[in-house]
Design a protein around this ligand. Structure first.
Ligand code: SAM
Length: 216
């Protein structure tokens, strides 16, 4: 089957994302890295791997740890690269998160001043920094994270905004404004980042318009 126009392609991709996201039981609630739950879809994890290989981060900051599956995935990528550490922040201090020498957990809000101070203390001026936002998905919160963390991202690296597909893009149409709207507003005033659509090449992504590359 050939998709001759962008409209048809978009229709098929959106239908598949809806099928995947609303599956019963939810596939993304039943996805694991090394036995630890992670709320990611596998193509996004593969894209992370490609970004990490290309940009070789020294520090990966993750807002929103959850059970820790994504933090462990990131730490294992660092193991393979023999480089990098992960700082993962969550307002809730879950027990039994994976222990790994490259992971530091911070139990606090991602937008509190003390969190931000702690994070800055962990970054050297020469470090390559990658940031992933996957905590509270309300527009206001994501926008605050974008404004807080964008300065820490190094040129050529990424600020990844997770779950931009909610709020009708194309799933959960009735949700209040969320990550997609935050990205839109952020990019109106911040011209250091571009949306890197090439990072959506697998079609299935939870991060539509969410792979922000720092170009300046
Ligand atoms: C979608 S889950 C994270 C999933 C995880 N990154 C993964 O892929 O496995 C979102 C997490 O954000 C946390 N969270 C909610 N509000 C937060 C805030 N203000 N600061 C930091 N974390 C927050 C929640 O406690 C929850 O564990």
């Amino acid at each position: 089957m050939k998709f001759k126009n962008a409209f048809m392609r978009r229709l098929v991709v959106n239908s598949f994302i809806k099928l995947y996201y609303h599956s019963k039981p939810k596939i993304w609630n039943n996805t694991f890295w090394f036995g630890v739950p992670t709320g990611k879809c596998p193509p996004d994890l593969w894209t992370y791997q490609e970004i990490i290989f290309k940009t070789k981060p020294d520090v990966i900051i993750e807002c929103g740890t959850g059970s820790g599956g994504s933090a462990l995935f990131l730490a294992h990528q660092c193991d393979l690269m023999r480089r990098g550490r992960v700082v993962s922040i969550d307002i809730k201090d879950h027990p039994n998160r994976p222990v790994h020498e490259r992971i530091t957990y911070i139990a606090d809000s991602s937008i509190s001043e003390q969190t931000f101070t702690q994070i800055k203390e962990k970054i050297k001026s020469t470090d390559q920094v990658l940031v992933i936002l996957d905590s509270d998905h309300s527009k206001d919160h994501v926008l605050q994270e974008l404004n807080h963390y964008s300065d820490l991202v190094t040129k050529g690296s990424y600020l990844i905004v997770e779950d931009t597909i909610i709020g009708g893009h194309p799933v959960k149409r009735h949700r209040k404004p969320g990550p997609m709207e935050a990205v839109k507003e952020f990019l109106q005033s911040n011209h250091d980042f571009i949306i890197d659509k090439s990072r959506e090449k697998f079609y299935l992504t939870f991060n539509r318009n969410g792979y922000l590359k720092k170009v300046k």
